[in-house]
Write a protein that binds this ligand. Sequence first.
Ligand SMILES: [Zn+2]
Length: 284
Amino acid sequence: MRWTEDRSENVDDRRGSGGGGGMLVGGGLGSLIIAAIVFFLGGDPSAILNSGATSSAPTEQRDLTKEELQLREFVQMITAENEQTWTKIFSENGMEYSPAKVVMFEGMTQSGCGTAQAAMGPFYCPADQAIYMDMSFFAELQNRFGAQVTEFSVAYVMAHEMGHHVQNALGTLQKTDQLRRSGQYSETEMNRVSVATELQADFYAGLWAKYTENREKFLEPGDLEAAMSAAEAVGDDNIQKRSQGYVNQEGFTHGSSAQRKEWFMKGYNTGDIRQGDTFNALLK
Ligand SMILES: [Zn+2]
């Protein structure tokens, strides 16, 4: 992908600032925690957020390397392109867009949803409307899950998380949270709601790519394929095969590799937010 000129001021880079350990929040905060939406781990993210695990060692204060500073600039750029695109889509629908914050961290950091840890992968926290990203996730995506990681695959993951922010702004997350809290639905049923939520975030990521391409002409050959490779790697079937050796569809929380690709491309090809009702398509 081609770099654009835009940079956002809503990126909070906490790498190199030291700390991490010693600021753990234990289980006592449990009732205050609103489940964050974790990019690729299945199951209940609040369990991870709440565990107060100490697996990540505190990090030392240090200067960031040239590569790390460049990565920050990249994240500022993708954040800016998300802000421009979603401001436009919201205004086309008579609404005002309020941007998400992006927190880059290493090891662990505090989020509005509890302690964020590198092992969780990127996630969106509705409570403070922020995306938390430990960039080491992308090395893992490549090494453990076999994705071809490029700049655009990082952009796709960020756009997916921004998709959850859009769902928060549109009230979608609040509705799914009500369903969960009502206790009326089985785990399998709630997993299907989760899949619809995640596939819609993929649809929004595709929609973002389309609008941003129309405005910036930033895509280069192979970019969409790289996003699809990342989508494929984080499909529930692929993750289950690698972690437990078999596929159990009822346990899906994010959708299969094929579904994730399908909904990203639907967003990209239609360029129409009204085509993204995954709930109606999947929960009939
Ligand atoms: Zn997600």
